[in-house]
Design a protein around this ligand. Structure first.
Ligand code: PMP
Ligand code: GLN
Length: 380
């Protein structure tokens, strides 16, 4: 049959989670926490539903949540976006990314993505009639080479997509990356989508270089975040987009006919949570750093070699001491034969680096889950 997305199958996250269930594997594949959301958040959600906050919210999100996001952004990044004209609440970062791409990409426009990149970017570009232009990150450090990005720019370039902390690697942009990016875009009309869903999961005292800190960049950017990552509730699917007024107008044209508005009770719950417990997001880095450190320590007792993880909740491991299978075959084997589900990196690339032997493990898990996985990985 005629298909608009010939390259697209079922996402690797769904495939590996399904395989994990079938084989009783410990699921360190698809990224989601297996521990509870904060008590106050569940309480606030329940209260909102009991209080009758069950109908459509305003198309842009409830004012209390947009104000709370503005306040949080100012506290974290020293810049207060306007709650009415610059913040839009949507159904997850995935919707924000889809809406932003569709708001600005015309047929034939080029969109530069940095490989490996999250799997929802390219299909949205394709559906908008755009052309994804893939620029590789460094295969070991996952740092951008800004000269390669510069070389990929053409008169048709409409948009550049960035993601820090990065999925799948955890790499983070440095202040120097921001400086080079700013210089690269100066004098061009190129817009930016900055996927910052792991903004609060940063380690070792590092600073998250949000685009919102940088006036020149934020003037041309859609900055996307997700409460799913920050509040351990990936199933609630609430995110938001911060963009200058003119870009937000275009963004909202797509959002209003895509989903129109997002789950109202959760918006009330996040509004309360952001204001009442800022400690939650302030301490999220320390919370995950303890998990990262413990998991890495345990991995040293296996033949998997952990790479550095500056941010996010994924640990890349080099499995070349264990197997010479390609990453898709290795992750399948690990899941079906060894009982630990992992995610290969190749689906995040247009052309994966030859011979790359890396797998992604999610450490957003209880200690018991990680212990069970490690016990199995020690048998490799
Ligand atoms: N971007 C990145 C880098 C992600 O890891 C994810 C979630 N896995 C998303 C976007 C989508 O977030 P959401 O679940 O809020 O749609
Ligand atoms: N973002 C999650 C991950 O990277 C998966 C989300 C999904 O399954 N669509 O694992």
């Amino acid at each position: 049959p005629d298909t608009k997305l010939p390259k697209v199958g079922t996402t690797i996250f769904t495939v590996m989670s399904q395989l994990a269930i079938e084989h009783g594997a410990v699921n360190l594949g698809q990224g989601f926490p297996d521990f509870d959301v904060p008590v106050r958040l569940v309480d606030a959600l329940t209260r909102a539903m009991q209080d009758g906050k069950n109908q459509y919210s305003p198309m842009t999100g409830i004012p209390a949540l947009r104000q709370a996001i503005a306040g949080k952004t100012e506290r974290c990044y020293g810049h207060r976006p306007d709650a009415d004209s610059e913040i839009t609440v949507v159904s997850g970062a995935s919707e924000a990314i889809f809406d932003a791409i569709h708001a600005v990409v015309h047929p034939g426009d080029e969109v530069i993505v940095l490989d490996p990149c999250y799997d929802c970017y390219e299909p949205a570009i394709d559906l908008a009639g755009g052309v994804a232009v893939h620029v590789p990150l460094d295969p070991r450090s996952f740092a951008p080479d800004w000269n390669l990005v510069r070389a990929a720019i053409s008169p048709r370039t409409r948009l550049l997509m960035i993601n820090s902390p990065h999925n799948p690697s955890g790499a983070m942009f440095s202040a120097d990356d921001i400086r080079q990016l700013t210089e690269l875009l100066r004098g061009t009309d190129i817009l930016l989508i900055s996927d910052e869903v792991y903004e609060h999961i940063v380690f070792d005292g590092a600073i998250h270089e949000s685009v919102l800190r940088h006036p020149e960049l934020r003037a041309r950017a859609f900055v996307v975040s997700s409460f799913g990552k920050t509040y351990h509730c990936t199933g609630w699917k609430i995110g938001y987009c911060i963009a200058p007024p003119a870009l937000s107008v275009e963004f909202r044209k797509v959002h209003q006919y895509n989903s129109f508005s997002s789950f109202t009770p959760a918006q009330w719950a996040f509004a309360e949570m952001l204001e009442a417990e800022p400690e939650h997001y302030e301490q999220l880095g320390a919370f995950y750093q303890a998990k990262r450190d413990r998991f890495r320590e345990q991995l040293l007792t296996t033949r998997l070699k952990p790479l550095d993880v500056p941010g996010g909740y994924f640990q890349l491991v080099d499995y070349s001491a264990v197997s010479d299978l390609d990453d898709a075959a290795f992750c399948r084997w690990l899941t079906t034969e060894k009982g630990v589900a992992a995610i290969p990196l190749s689906p995040f690339y247009e052309s994966p680096p030859a011979g790359q032997r890396l797998a992604r493990l999610c450490f957003a898990k209880n200690e018991a889950t990680l212990d069970a996985a490690i016990e199995r990985l020690q048998g490799l």
